[in-house]
Design a protein around this ligand. Structure first.
Ligand SMILES: C[S@@+](CC[C@H](N)C(=O)[O-])C[C@H]1O[C@@H](n2cnc3c(N)ncnc32)[C@H](O)[C@@H]1O
Length: 285
């Protein structure tokens, strides 16, 4: 006989690491997906026996999560800045820290909203950054660039999921190389790989499941950013912003590189994330 929803959740929480917040949240999201019911329904029917197929699906999901697979890969989607995105193993799972990049970009782009600003999202992955900005600012248009054709296919589906097809041009590229001279942006955002190669294997999950091209930043974690900074000054309007996400251990070296790439800029700032770790380098062109 299958267990009740409450018993299945209890057992899953125990398997996923006790009663910590993540185990509770993960178990609940997996049961919602396996049963096709929302949290309120499951709470109201906590004493009901689960359907056999739903329970089997749930057990399979929990086993995958127990092996460390991110919930986003198991369910094929995740939330970012209040919206849902398709996620496959071809793309990085968007991180809550990157929502800070969105906040900083929106603050800077709102002034330009009346004239229809254009941004470039370099290393677009799932397209989460470009799609979110376009949803938040209806006059905005974006380019999304990535080395990975498989990631761009996911980004394109996410743009269509949010009815933005014509407002985002996705293209394959290595940073800004190959972009037509004279293509200018009010903002360039980048969340490029920034983990130093030697640290990759010690990195906490979920990185073991994510594409290496999304994480491996080379010996000092800054290879992709060096390439971006070679071209970024040529593609920003005067006064435009370059916002780059980095790791706590790489942000100040990235700020030094940015200062050299933009020698005339009076604004090279490091912003901290909500956990007070150095996270985003902002440069005014
Ligand atoms: C850390 S992920 C970020 C994905 C997404 N922007 C996000 O914030 O969730 C980095 C992305 O950059 C891409 N990438 C790596 N090196 C690149 C390069 N030199 N030029 C363009 N894209 C690159 C990877 O394929 C990957 O999709």
């Amino acid at each position: 006989m299958e267990p009740t929803a409450a018993a299945a959740l209890r057992e899953a929480r125990a398997r996923l690491g006790g009663h910590g917040r993540d185990a509770r949240l993960d178990a609940s999201r997996l049961l919602e997906a396996a049963s096709g019911r929302d949290r309120a329904w499951l709470l109201a029917h906590a004493g009901d026996t689960l359907d056999r197929h739903d329970f089997e699906r749930f057990t399979g999901y929990v086993a995958r999560r127990e092996r460390g697979e991110p919930v986003a890969y198991i369910l094929g989607e995740c939330g970012f800045y209040g919206r849902s995105f398709e996620i496959t193993r071809d793309v990085l799972v968007p991180r809550p820290e990157s929502e800070h990049l969105i906040e900083l970009a929106l603050r800077r782009l709102r002034e330009a909203a009346a004239r229809g600003p254009r941004v470039c999202d370099v290393g677009t992955g799932s397209g989460a950054l470009a799609v979110t900005l376009c949803c938040e600012l209806p006059s905005l248009e974006a380019d999304g660039i990535d080395l990975s054709p498989a990631a761009l296919a996911v980004a394109d589906r996410n743009a269509r999921r949010h009815a933005l097809g014509a407002r985002i041009a996705f293209r394959i590229g290595d940073a800004l190389n190959g972009l037509a001279a004279g293509r200018l942006f009010d903002g360039i955002l980048a969340n490029l790989p920034y983990v130093p190669t030697a640290e990759l294997q010690d990195h906490p999950d979920p990185t073991a499941f994510e594409p290496r091209v999304a994480l491996d930043g080379g010996p000092d974690g800054l290879d992709a950013y060096r390439r971006l900074l070679e071209r970024a000054p040529h593609h920003l309007v005067p006064g435009g912003w370059l916002l780059m996400e980095a790791g706590p251990g790489t942000a100040s070296a990235l700020a030094d590189l940015a200062g050299r790439a933009f020698p005339a800029s009076a604004f090279v700032e490091i912003h901290r994330d909500y956990a007070a770790r150095e996270r985003i380098v902002a440069v005014r062109g």
